[in-house]
Structures are given as structure tokens and as C-alpha cells.
Design a protein around this ligand. Structure first.
Ligand SMILES: O=C(O)/C=C/C(=O)CC(=O)CC(=O)O
Ligand SMILES: [Ca+2]
Ligand SMILES: [Mg+2]
Length: 404
């Protein structure tokens, strides 16, 4: 990467290879506005764009990312090129430096208005493991699994930004061996380490979005924790799928990494056999070499590799619209739990503890199956960037509060 007048340390989180977008406020100015993370700083993008008279200033002088998302790929590329120029060309320093805030001192908010929220199920390892745990008497993969990316509609209104506490959900569960359900706080509260995608450019009803149009529609990528109550889920999900077991909260990381930052992380997805139907075939690789890490109370418990996901986000987008369903700016869709083939690569505690039968032993000697009140989960990720640089996705965190 070119040098910056900001003197960024080579190993800084959010160097010039990343330049993610978020929404921040400060104690001095509680109005929310778009920020760009760069090293230990946050750039007030709207104020900076006005100071340099950038052509896209109206799209970014906004309380959140909604107008930038709607502006489309040419504007997204223009903003990113401008940011790189501002931070590398010393001629911009006088106009840009006054709009930098200390990243450690800002408050971060949900970066855009979430329109719809869909969650997929695209890790073969995860689907295989969950099938064996939930349905031991059946084939782990359902007959449709390798023909289409399975998904369900989640609850957009309960998508929350990283750092938001999660109240333990209450509801119906059926204890093992019983006929009737009981009511109370969930006893099998779990996470799902996932990657989220946000749609910028909408599409009209009745039209399909081809796999190869992915980058025209999708603005960027972030981390997502699909908190899941396994006891509520197991009792309610037949035959219509997850409902209250997953709708109480979904946490997202505050920094949206633009697709353009992930060019060097693009890889071929795993071979698909059988070959999918033509509408699910694309001409460009959209596997992504994102390396996730899951921490429970500071202990790293898993390292899920995203590169092995069976279905790509480009295929998921094509599938989501193949019936003519429209896309709206702010639509979020998530990859599904990211699990690799190895035990220490599993993206949820259901798998890590094999349905609660094999507790994890943490560094302090305590054991965990599912989450306890007070537990904090943090998911982080990085990806390879250009010229040996590292792209940072930052983190999504959440702490469990007791049921109410
Ligand atoms: O197989 C099942 O019955 C349930 C699967 C999940 O809970 C996973 C889900 O939300 C989709 C995913 O994250 O991969
Ligand atoms: Ca999920
Ligand atoms: Mg959820």
C-alpha cells in the first residue's frame, strides 16, 4: 500500500487496505454521521467531503449509510478512490486532518437501516453437523441442500450493533423425554459466527439478479452473530423453520468493509457436485478467504474459515431473487454459520460441544456447553489484502443478560 501522511503502523487495524464505513457520534457532537476507520482514527466523511468539495458530498453528508448504499457502484468506487488519495497525498492533509476523531472515544451505531434480513445455511460442515445432532435418524444433508442455498427470513427489526447486550430469550421448550413443553428462559443459548452482506443497489420486482451482477448490488461485508436458542428452536422449527429461536437478536459489526477491499481475498469456492442449475452459475470466483475467530470471555474457542463455504454470496443473491422478489437498499443477508472441517473450526457451541454432550474447558478451568448469563462473545475476522497487507473486518461482540 502507498504511504500515508497519517504514519499508520504496518500492523494497524484498519490500514489503507480496509477503509471501512460506519456511523459514529461523539460526546461533543451526538449527531450520528458517516465515519471511515483508519488506524486509530475515524474520519468524518461528510465533513471531509465538503471540505475538499468532493462530487459525492451529498451522498455522504448523512446520518447513516443509507444514501451512500443507494448511490451505486460508480459512487462507491469514487468515494474509495478519493479516500485513498486524501490519506496518501500530503496536499490533502490540511483539509482532512481537522475531520479526524480518536476512534477509541467515539460511539458506534447501527450503520444503515436494515430493510429485510435473510439468513442462509451455506457451510456444508455446519449443515452436516447440525443434521447429525438434531436429526440423528436422517441423512444429515436434506435432498435439496446441494441444489440450492437454503435460507429463511429473519427479523430485520432486531438486528443490533456490536456491543448491544442480549437478554436471554424466554419461551417454550420441550425437555428431553417429555411430551409437553415448559415455559421459561432458554437453557441452550448459542451463537452462530457468520458473515453478513448488505445490498446497496435495489432491483425491481419481477426481475432476477444474475450471479455475475453481485458486485453491482452488494456494497459490502461485515460480521454477524445469529444468536440462537437451541431449545426454543428444536421445539418450534418443524415444519416452517426458525422463528422465535433466532429472532430475539442478531448482532452485526459496526464497520462495513467495501467489496473492493476484498479483491485479494477472492478465491474459488469448493467444487460443486452436482453442478448447480444455470441461474446459480457465475463466471467469476466469489469465494472469500475471510478468517474468523470466536472468543468466549476472552478465550479463543474457534477459528472458522469462510473460504470453504459451499455457496457464495453471489449465488445466494441470485437465488434470493430468482422468483422475482425485489431487492431493497439495506437488505441484509447472512452466509449461515461458518464451520470448517475441524473441531476447532466450528462456528457455534451446538457443534463445538456436540449438542452439549462434550463441554469446552476454558483457560480458567471452567466448563461451558451453552452460554451463561454474563458471558461475552466476540467474533473477529481478517482477510488477505493487496501486497501482503491485512484487511480487517473488526469485531462483533455481545454480552448475555439474564432473562426478564
Ligand atoms: O438444521 C437445522 O435445523 C438448523 C440449522 C441452524 O440453526 C443454522 C441456521 O441458522 C443457518 C445457518 O446459520 O447456517
Ligand atoms: Ca444462522
Ligand atoms: Mg438471529
Amino acid at each position: 500500500m502507498p504511504d500515508s501522511w497519517l504514519d499508520l503502523a504496518p500492523d494497524t487495524e484498519f490500514g489503507l487496505a480496509t477503509l471501512p464505513y460506519g456511523v459514529f457520534s461523539t460526546d461533543a457532537d451526538p449527531a450520528t454521521r458517516i465515519g471511515v476507520a483508519v488506524g486509530a482514527h475515524v474520519l468524518d466523511l461528510g465533513a471531509a467531503a465538503r471540505a475538499v468539495g468532493a462530487p459525492f458530498a451529498d451522498a455522504v453528508a448523512a446520518p447513516n449509510l443509507d444514501t451512500l448504499l443507494a448511490a451505486g457502484r460508480p459512487v462507491w468506487d469514487g468515494v474509495r478512490a478519493a479516500l485513498t488519495a486524501w490519506f496518501t497525498d500530503p496536499a490533502f492533509e490540511d483539509r482532512i486532518r481537522p475531520h479526524l476523531a480518536d476512534r477509541a472515544s467515539v460511539r458506534l451505531h447501527l450503520p444503515f437501516t436494515v430493510a429485510d434480513y435473510v439468513d442462509f445455511y451455506s457451510s456444508e460442515h455446519h449443515a452436516h453437523n447440525v443434521g447429525r445432532i438434531f436429526r440423528p435418524e436422517q441423512e444429515p444433508l436434506t435432498p435439496n441442500w446441494k441444489h440450492l442455498p437454503i435460507g429463511y427470513h429473519g427479523r430485520a427489526g432486531t438486528v443490533v450493533v456490536s456491543g448491544t447486550d442480549v437478554v436471554r430469550p424466554t419461551g417454550q421448550r420441550r425437555p428431553p423425554g417429555e411430551q409437553a413443553p415448559v415455559f421459561g428462559p432458554s437453557t441452550r443459548l448459542d451463537i452462530e459466527a457468520e458473515v453478513g452482506f448488505v445490498v446497496g443497489t435495489p432491483s425491481p420486482m419481477g426481475e432476477r439478479v444474475p450471479v455475475d451482477s453481485f458486485a453491482d448490488h452488494v456494497f459490502g461485508v461485515f460480521l454477524l452473530n445469529d444468536w440462537s436458542s437451541r431449545d426454543l428452536q428444536a421445539w418450534e422449527y418443524v415444519p416452517l423453520g426458525p422463528f422465535l429461536g433466532k429472532s430475539f437478536a442478531t448482532s452485526v459489526s459496526p464497520w462495513v468493509v467495501p467489496l473492493a477491499a476484498l479483491e485479494a481475498a477472492r478465491v474459488e469456492q469448493p467444487a460443486q457436485d452436482p453442478e448447480p442449475l444455470p441461474y446459480l452459475r457465475g463466471s467469476e470466483p466469489w469465494g472469500l478467504d475471510l478468517r474468523l475467530e470466536v472468543y468466549l470471555n476472552g478465550n479463543r474457542v474457534s477459528r472458522p474459515p469462510f473460504a470453504g463455504m459451499y455457496w457464495t454470496a453471489a449465488q445466494q443473491l441470485a437465488h434470493m431473487t430468482v422468483n422475482g422478489a425485489s431487492l431493497r437498499t439495506g437488505d441484509v443477508y447472512a452466509s449461515g454459520t461458518v464451520s470448517g472441517p475441524d473441531k476447532e473450526q466450528r462456528g457455534c457451541f451446538l457443534e463445538l460441544t456436540w449438542g452439549g454432550r462434550e463441554p469446552l474447558v476454558l483457560a480458567d478451568g471452567t466448563e461451558r456447553t451453552f452460554l451463561e448469563d454474563g458471558d461475552e462473545v466476540v467474533i473477529r475476522a481478517t482477510a488477505p489484502g493487496p501486497d501482503g497487507a491485512t484487511v480487517h473486518l473488526g469485531e462483533v461482540s455481545g454480552r448475555i443478560l439474564p432473562a426478564r
